[in-house]
Design a protein around this ligand. Structure first.
Ligand code: 5RP
Length: 236
């Protein structure tokens, strides 16, 4: 029985398939995390099966590593790979400058490390993630569990001092317990509404001692491939 894809999945698949066309034999690749990235991993595995491409793949989460292994991809660590040719990942928001908010799936730390250790980062997405101004999607900030409440207070104070709209930082939960990232940290989701100066905000957040990293990706993404429900694809 053929599986019926929803228009949103068709859009994600179309973008993923197009980005996977950029992959060449022998490449070292970064594999993103999330539902769009999962379509990319499937499309990549299909090319590997059909064309016998020899690739080394660095996943950005345990989930992506499991999926890649299951589909027969060669999974290596970033330290084994050293440097990557290309990373393909999803996003939660992107703007006209290709600045991103990522981390909806909780993998922002590994995603940022992997993307910045790559010659090129290509984002795959459906059109709903495009925004004029970033910030409608809550900004994920990864904090170490030790003293996370003090980190939250410091972040809220910082946002107030910077006059950033909205000051609530919510601890991400997984049922009744705090969500734990693959690196053993927690996530605070900042409901900002609008991010006026992403660079300033990112730098300021990363000055707070308990903050490990934030979900703003600035000057990291090289291209965005946008898929549509009818199978069309557009690259920015
Ligand atoms: C995970 C991410 C994802 O790329 C982002 O959340 C998009 O996910 P999806 O493709 O499922 O919409 O940043 O940390």
């Amino acid at each position: 029985m053929a599986i019926q894809l929803t228009p949103i999945d068709r859009a994600k698949y179309a973008a993923a398939r197009r980005a996977v066309d950029l992959v060449e034999d022998g490449m070292k690749l970064g594999l993103g995390t999330g539902s769009t990235a999962a379509w990319m991993v499937r499309a990549l595995a299909e090319r590997v099966r059909e064309e016998g491409l020899r690739l080394s793949c660095v996943p950005t989460s345990a989930r992506t590593a499991d999926l890649g292994r299951e589909l027969g991809l060669k999974i290596v660590s970033l330290d084994e790979a050293g440097w990557l040719d290309l990373t393909i990942d999803g996003t939660d928001e992107f703007d006209a400058d290709l600045t991103l908010i990522k981390g909806g799936g909780g993998a922002l730390l590994m995603e940022k490390i992997v993307a910045t250790a790559s010659d090129r980062m290509v984002v795959i997405t459906d059109a709903s993630k495009e925004v004029k101004t970033l910030g409608n999607f809550p900004l994920p900030v990864e904090v170490i569990p030790f003293g996370w409440q003090a980190s939250r207070m410091l972040i809220e104070e910082l946002l107030n001092a910077m006059d950033v709209m909205g000051t609530s930082a919510t601890l991400r939960m997984n049922g009744a317990r705090p969500f734990v990232t693959d690196e053993g940290n927690h996530i605070l989701d900042l409901a900002l509404g609008r991010i006026g100066n992403a660079r300033q905000l990112s730098l300021a957040l990363n000055q707070v001692p308990g903050v490990v990293e934030n979900g703003l990706f600035i000057d990291i993404c090289d291209a965005v491939v946008i898929g549509y429900g009818d199978g069309r694809v557009e690259t920015r």
